[in-house]
Design a protein around this ligand. Structure first.
Ligand code: CO
Length: 496
């Protein structure tokens, strides 16, 4: 037991350092004055160095090995130790030279990407992308994998997920969702004009706070601020902050962004405080995290029932803009399906085509079957095939996202995974709470939050994503839940 206490204390000190760095990052994105940037960068680097030293301390490794053989630990403790040991061993595989080379390549690539995007010049970014792909390929080899090198990269964001599993999901997207969207395109289009009127910033802000309170976000354990890109950040489950942004001429941006981040935040607020700094006090994976944001944003926030609840409040704040509208007006407007070039603006159906294309590019780059210089052509052909649109510039094409410039490969699939998990979890919640739809219509969202707490949040990393999914729904992740959700909802919206 003494050993476990010692392990716990070491992990908590490590968490203290990491969360202190997170506070500085939050400040950097919200309130830091421009001149603070230089010292802030060195403050963050110093803390990262401290955290790295703690995380790779040899004594910690020995302690973990010892604890792994300790039969007196309970199941939660064993699980914590297993996770920590796995992380420790993985970290050991990275040489200081590699970490340094990668971090340098990323800074340079990020700079080059900004210019490349502005000047619509893929050639400017290509050598940097080549360098990053080479480093990641090297990483796959020293980290190790069973079947496909890309597995090693997926594992970083979605532990245990394999390339073959992602391929299977996207095969179904290709055979089912692509033709479904084509059928929608042939229908009479819906309008989203009601969202594009002028909505004053201060009142939008008020509405956003109302939406967060409604879903049960705890303002005594968090706060909301403005940032360029919305995000959620936590320093333990009793301090979970969200940010949003407000566009006066697009109500949807704030509304969907606030609900999305609210969903992430509920997950963090629902993690067990007693497990601070330990794996069982942390989220399972990016895919499960994203399932929480998307369940709230899409399954709840873009539903007719939800708009029955929130429209009266919006009408109080914006009587002119909402005159003559019903919940159905907003239900239609928030669910307009329209193939487009930019991933972050995509609707919840075509969104997955954007992700599928990025996955195909990444997989091909990592296995070596696609040369960096051929990325634009590869990309554009798939936008034509899946979305039916002609990409006219790389700035609006393969240069649009920051992820590759940040050296992130294997991240994109977790976005789609999030939606697919969300559909499967939501189906289970509907089964468990027969009056769920009625509750949402009545503005009673707390039973849903409690259900998510009980079945997902409270466990932290005690169960893997696969185990969690099987416990909740009786089977591993299946694309069919998403397709069923989509067919039901959009058949209604587009009278297919
Ligand atoms: Co998210």
């Amino acid at each position: 037991m003494l050993d476990y206490e010692s392990y716990k204390n070491q992990l908590r000190r490590l968490a203290d350092v990491n969360f202190a760095a997170a506070v500085l990052s939050w400040d950097q994105e919200t309130y830091m004055p421009a001149k603070g940037a230089d010292h802030r960068a060195s403050q963050l680097a110093t803390l990262a160095g401290l955290a790295h030293a703690q995380a790779t301390d040899k004594a910690l490794g020995e302690l973990l090995e010892k604890l792994q053989a300790d039969a007196s630990l309970d199941l939660v403790q064993q699980r914590n130790v297993q996770h920590s040991l796995r992380t420790f061993k993985k970290t050991q595989k990275y040489s200081a030279e590699f970490v340094e080379a990668l971090s340098r390549a990323i800074s340079e690539a990020f700079q080059a990407w900004q210019t490349a995007k502005k000047e619509n010049s893929f050639a400017h970014f290509a050598p940097h992308l080549e360098k990053l792909v080479a480093l990641r390929r090297e990483e796959c080899e020293f980290v190790g994998y069973e079947k496909h090198p890309y597995d090693a990269l997926l594992d970083e964001y979605e532990p245990g997920l394999t390339t073959a599993e992602v391929e299977k999901l996207f095969d179904e997207v290709r055979t089912e969702l692509v033709p479904f969207v084509k059928a929608i395109a042939a229908c009479k289009p819906n309008s989203n004009a009601v969202l594009q009127k002028n909505y004053a910033k201060d009142k939008q802000w008020e509405f956003g706070l109302y939406l967060l309170r409604l879903m049960g976000y705890d303002f005594d354990a968090g706060r909301q601020d403005i940032s360029m890109h919305p995000f959620t950040i936590n320093f333990g489950s009793n301090d979970v902050r969200v940010t949003t942004r407000v566009d006066e001429n697009d109500l949807a941006d704030m509304v969907t962004g606030s609900i999305h981040e609210g969903g992430h935040a509920l997950y963090e607020q629902g993690l067990p405080e007693s497990e601070y700094g330990l794996p069982s006090g942390e989220a399972v994976s990016l895919g499960i995290h994203e399932s929480q944001s998307r369940l709230w944003e899409n399954n709840v926030g873009r539903s007719l029932e939800y708009w029955n609840t929130v429209l009266p409040e919006l009408k109080k704040l914006f009587p002119e803009q909402t005159a003559g509208t019903t919940a159905h007006t907003f239900f239609e407007a928030l669910n307009v399906v329209q193939p487009s070039f930019i991933r972050v603006n995509a609707d919840e159906l075509t969104y997955h085509f954007h992700i599928m294309i990025r996955f195909e590019v990444e997989k091909a780059l990592i296995e070596g079957s696609l040369a960096v210089n051929d990325v634009p052509a590869f990309w554009n052909k798939r936008y034509k095939d899946y979305l039916g649109i002609d990409v006219s510039s790389d700035a609006e094409g393969c240069l649009q996202d920051v992820h590759w410039a940040h050296g992130s490969f294997g991240y994109f699939p977790t976005y789609s995974l999030g939606s697919f998990y969300a559909a499967q979890f939501y189906a289970a919640a509907e089964k468990a709470i027969p009056s769920l739809t009625q509750q949402i219509s009545n503005g009673d969202l707390l039973p849903l939050r409690e259900w998510l707490r009980e079945h997902i949040h409270q466990y932290g990393k005690q169960y893997s994503a696969r185990e969690l999914c099987e416990r909740i729904s009786g089977e591993p992740l299946q694309f069919s839940y998403f397709m069923k959700y989509a067919r039901k909802k959009y058949a209604h919206l587009y009278a297919i």
